[in-house]
Design a binder for this molecule. Structure first.
Ligand code: HEM
Length: 132
């Protein structure tokens, strides 16, 4: 419900007073400005990693299912970040907040399935015990 601006926060890319509370570790749990800033930085990191992963996979495995899924994963991250920015700018209306949280679960599920898909098929038992 605070700092409802983007990309700046409190007029800056990196706002001040992020470690206002003493002891400093409390800011990561009790200072709304620090908590929101960490959420933004976390989102930008996910965005950068998903972008890098898409480019690397499309270069290394062009035309494969992995490359298509890596591209879809990046697009899901873009949608999730856009919903998040909209949620913030609209002062967190419930429908946007719930959509943002639901989409986070979808993103997590897709990322897990994509990661599992890169591990290949489960090894099938090659010896079948014959019942005597
Ligand atoms: C890949 C990127 C992102 C993911 C995975 C993500 C995930 C989440 C999750 C799981 C929550 C719920 C947290 C909780 O209830 O404690 C949340 C809340 C929120 N996020 Fe994000 N987020 C992302 C990007 C962003 C961005 C870029 C912004 C804005 C700059 C943003 C703004 C918000 C806001 C305002 C809330 C609070 C909504 C509420 O009260 O439920 N998010 N986000």
């Amino acid at each position: 419900m605070s700092y409802n601006t983007w990309p700046l926060m409190d007029g800056k890319l990196v706002p001040g007073d992020l470690l206002l509370l003493e002891p400093a570790w409390r800011n990561f749990f009790e200072n709304p400005k620090t908590v929101q800033f960490i959420h933004r930085v976390g989102a930008y990191t996910i965005f950068a990693v998903a972008l890098w992963h898409m480019i690397a996979t499309r270069r290394r495995l062009p035309g494969t299912t992995h490359a298509r899924r890596a591209t879809l994963l990046f697009l899901i991250v873009v949608v999730q970040a856009s919903i998040g920015i909209g949620t913030l700018l609209m002062h967190v209306p419930l429908h946007m907040a719930l959509t943002h949280q639901a989409f986070a679960l979808f993103l997590l599920g897709f990322a897990a399935a994509h990661w599992r898909g890169t591990k290949g098929a489960y090894p099938l038992p090659h010896e079948i015990a014959l019942r005597g």
